[in-house]
Design a protein around this ligand. Sequence first.
Ligand code: NI
Length: 208
Amino acid sequence: MAIITKSITDQIYNIIKEKILFQEYKIGSKIDMKEIAEEHEISIMPVRDALKRLSNQGLVVNKSRVGFFVKEFSEEEIENIMEVRNMYETYCLEHHFDNLNFDEIKSLYEDIQCQDSLRREKFDEVDSKFHNIIINSSENQFLIEHYEKIEDRIILFRHLDKERIKKANEEHCMIIESILNGEKNEAVNKLNEHIRNVSSSAAKNIED
Ligand code: NI
């Protein structure tokens, strides 16, 4: 029995998380447990367990006696999380540059240049892949796990600014060109700028 309950919780957790990350459940909105339970023909308990897990991960807030809400982020919180992200990524690029998977980067470069990469889904895939190549170059499991802890919020913040895909693609291209030319410092500077741009556009969009 316990095993079955757990798998339902896992599934409902993934469904709710996806809706938060892709902003189907808007920032600050109330999450209706009963509605979710009814929609998926399950009891309230696994929905509540899933929401508790999401609140431990900083995506949901549990307001006592009121219910669960999609977490609101202040500009400062976004900037703080993005500062940590920037620290991890620029560190890895600077210190593990030679260990980057250049074959993967080359094939990504081709992907980015085709028009298809401007589609939301494709862009999400390319963006995650690119930044993960940089983190994985460290081959440091401890660092990789720490990065994973903020990765959901990175995905969420990416979806706050729907207009940025074209610009972000261009920035990715320029970083990759520096990497493939072996210009490490250039690449690090451009990556730093890219993440700062992501940060400020997400922070700007949270105001509205
Ligand atoms: Ni990016």
